[in-house]
Design a protein around this ligand. Structure first.
Ligand SMILES: Nc1nc2c(ncn2[C@@H]2O[C@H](COP(=O)(O)OP(=O)(O)OP(=O)(O)O)[C@@H](O)[C@H]2O)c(=O)[nH]1
Ligand SMILES: [Mg+2]
Length: 320
């Protein structure tokens, strides 16, 4: 089994895109031995820069991601894209034009694109996005772009795994600036006002600037606000230059590294415990039985969870 993984990883390292795609799928499916495989992969990582691109639905994230990929490719970087969003063009819910554009960027520019569903996956998504980042890093990608809609907590978690975060806004958001969640505000390294061809662009820039200036911490008050027109590519060269300067200057979220490492360990732990226990209980039918008992008011969820956790515990819950 382990040899299986080893040969797949070796193939991937040699540059096989097919092996890369298969590896991602197998890791996502949590096939037996996946953690050992990730250990091997982890030792091959550490080079790639991860850029999160987030913002409201329809703000132009995919269009911008496509432009960024092209521009970075032209500057000699190898690019991977992860699209975490069910409605994203990458995942197929797209207009034909979007699909063709993505196909072009993936074939002509050797950009590897992977889309991931946001919800529904047992074990959650943010960890899998992290795994995919590591696999792409080990494959040899220099820059990994993660597109995600800046709503739910899951998406914010994804973005937190990035080294640099671009928050995409658009003109005419009106009081939409308030809709930029406080959580998003803090994680932005660069604010983008996309669709700068539309009326109200300068107003949004001013609103964001004002909000940043009000911010208590110094880093937020220095966050750049940049205008782009993703549909024509205007402003993208400047944006990429700024991103690279930031990377060169080491202005990436190093302050987060401790928090991130801790969060990664703990969320992996949490998900693995839950996945293992749930899996065990689902397989032997106990879960179905327990659900019935709760509905019939014969048992309570608390004692069930205690029982589920019993194998993990060296002490008796009732002693506490
Ligand atoms: N006028 C104008 N339209 C743009 C610009 N950038 C993107 N669009 C258009 O805005 C629409 C949405 O663009 P997407 O790139 O799909 O936006 P998104 O944020 O990825 O959307 P979701 O993934 O569905 O949340 C498309 O019709 C784009 O062609 C721009 O700079 N100006
Ligand atoms: Mg999109």
């Amino acid at each position: 089994m382990l040899e299986d993984w080893e040969s797949l990883i070796a193939e991937m390292r040699k540059g096989s895109v097919r092996a890369l795609a298969r590896l991602i799928t197998r890791i996502e499916n949590r096939e037996s031995g996946w953690m050992d495989a990730m250990q091997m992969i982890y030792s091959m990582t550490g080079k790639a820069r991860v850029i999160g691109i987030t913002g409201a639905p329809g703000s132009g994230k995919s269009t911008l991601t496509d432009r960024l990929a092209r521009e970075l490719f032209n500057r000699g970087f190898k690019i991977g894209i992860i699209a975490v969003d069910p409605s994203s063009p990458f995942s197929g819910g797209a207009l034909l034009g979007d699909r063709l554009r993505m196909k072009e960027v993936s074939t002509l520019h050797d950009v590897f694109i992977r889309s991931m569903a946001t919800r529904g996956a047992l074990g959650g998504l943010n960890l899998s996005a992290r795994d995919v980042v590591k696999i792409l890093d080990a494959f040899g990608k220099d820059v990994i772009l993660i597109e995600t809609v800046g709503v739910g907590q899951d998406e914010i978690e994804v973005v937190k795994t990035a080294d640099m975060v671009l928050v995409v806004c658009v003109p005419g958001m009106g009081d939409g600036i308030q809709a930029i969640k406080a959580g998003i505000m803090e994680i932005a390294d660069i604010f983008i006002v996309n669709k700068a061809d539309l009326d109200g662009t300068d107003q949004v820039v001013a609103d964001i600037r004002a909000m940043l200036d009000l911010s208590a911490d110094e880093i937020s008050s220095q966050t750049p606000v940049l205008k782009t027109i993703a549909s024509t590519g205007e402003g993208v060269v400047d944006l990429v230059t700024m991103m690279l300067v930031n990377f060169e200057a080491g202005r990436i979220r190093v302050s987060w590294s401790e928090e991130r490492a801790k969060e990664e360990i703990l969320s992996l732990l949490e998900k693995e415990i839950s996945r293992n226990l749930q899996g065990r209980w689902a397989r032997n039918g106990n879960l179905t039985e327990a659900v019935k008992q709760v509905i019939a008011h014969e048992r309570d969820p608390y004692s069930i969870v205690q029982e589920m956790m019993m194998p993990l515990l060296q002490f008796n819950y009732s002693d506490r």
